[in-house]
Design a protein around this ligand. Structure first.
Ligand code: SAH
Length: 338
């Protein structure tokens, strides 16, 4: 049976019209599901009985479950168990500007970045839309506070699960439901060019972040397999198209790996590559894990200064959760090993 949490508002409206019901009822259902947080059709008192029976027949409302939560002052890390016993993770972060949640998009990942824990365990399957939506619902239940922003940067490559991610975005963006503004949603990709081009046609005000992590093909080939399919020059050209088309600024993510991509000549090369583009660079301190040889860079502030001097907008990502295994995929890796 199909989960009700797979349904965009328009899909629900279409379903209702097809069974000769009123389109407006979709908003009432959304109100129960996402605002009143009720998933039992029997309790949806403003919906007539015969329709409730029909909804019960046609839709599943099961939930994934929270298997474990690790809490610290600024971060909660959630391990979720899916209905088929697979595991995924999400992280809650408290920023000055509000609460953000980082969700997973796949069980495992096939992109094969050399430094990334999530990709050590290959992709088992894509997440269904409802499994991504329910990460948000369960966390918001757990903390009982307003969620301000959502980043799709957990386990998986969102653009390798494109349709479900677009559905997910439209569901959480709906003003009749969770109502997270598009500008408060960020999707992060390792650089799947055809999907970035497709994304530029979606007419969404959602932020795009791209994991560049290197200033040239030589380094990028060593740490990111995807570069062999879509190289850095093609990727930069694609981002120029994207910016031209959407008029939106792109975030360039750059994980700082000691002595790999963090020397000052790399900063200058990166500045040159990005010159004149409407981008900002987010330098990510590497979250070390025992499974890889890579170390956190000791050169972040000099790298930052060099980019600044070259006129590049740059920030350093605040570090969250190293003490609670918040490097992407670490909790799941532990659970799967058991
Ligand atoms: N597949 C997508 C989104 C998931 S990864 C992507 O590649 O963008 C989210 C970000 O975390 C990526 O930039 C990824 O390269 C980075 N990352 C992975 N492992 C990390 C680690 N141990 N420390 C810091 N950043 C890491």
């Amino acid at each position: 049976m199909n989960s009700i949490y797979n349904y965009k508002l328009e899909d629900l409206e279409e379903y209702l019209l097809n069974i000769n019901e009123k389109k407006f009822t979709a908003r009432q259902i959304y109100d129960w599901l996402y605002i009143k947080k009720v998933n039992d059709f029997d309790l949806m008192s403003n919906i007539k009985k015969e329709l409730r029976i029909k909804l019960k027949q046609d839709f599943d409302t099961s939930f994934i479950s929270i298997k474990k939560v690790q809490r610290s002052s600024l971060t909660n890390k959630y391990l979720f168990k899916l209905l088929d016993d697979n595991y995924i993770e999400a992280v809650l972060m408290r920023h000055d500007y509000g609460i953000s949640i980082c969700v997973s998009s796949q069980v495992g990942c096939n992109m094969g970045c050399a430094f990334c824990e999530s990709g050590r365990l290959k992709k088992v399957r894509d997440l269904e839309t409802y499994e991504i939506v329910e990460q948000i619902l369960l966390i918001s239940d757990d903390i009982n506070e307003r969620i301000d922003s959502v980043v799709i940067m957990g386990i998986g490559e969102p653009f390798d699960n494109y349709d479900n991610i677009m559905n997910f975005i439209r569901i959480i963006n709906s003003p009749y439901g969770i109502n997270i503004g598009a500008r408060h949603i960020t999707v992060s990709t390792c650089g799947l060019i055809p999907k970035i081009d497709k994304f530029s046609e979606e007419n969404l005000q959602v932020n795009l972040a791209v994991s560049l992590h290197a200033p040239n093909n030589e380094i990028r080939n060593k740490i990111m397999n995807v570069n062999k399919a879509y190289n850095i020059n093609e990727l930069i050209e694609c981002l120029k198209r994207y910016i031209e088309k959407t008029n939106r600024r792109v975030t360039i993510e750059y994980v700082m790996l000691n002595s790999v991509n963090d020397r000052l000549e790399h900063a200058r090369e990166l500045a040159n590559l990005l010159k004149g583009m409407n981008v900002y660079v987010n330098l990510i301190p590497y979250n070390e894990t025992s499974n890889f040889i890579y170390k956190k860079s000791d050169n972040i502030s000099a790298f930052y200064d060099t980019l600044k001097k070259c006129g590049i907008n740059v920030t350093v990502r605040k570090e969250f959760g190293a003490n609670i295994d918040a490097a992407c995929g670490q909790l799941r890796a532990k659970e799967v090993k058991k």
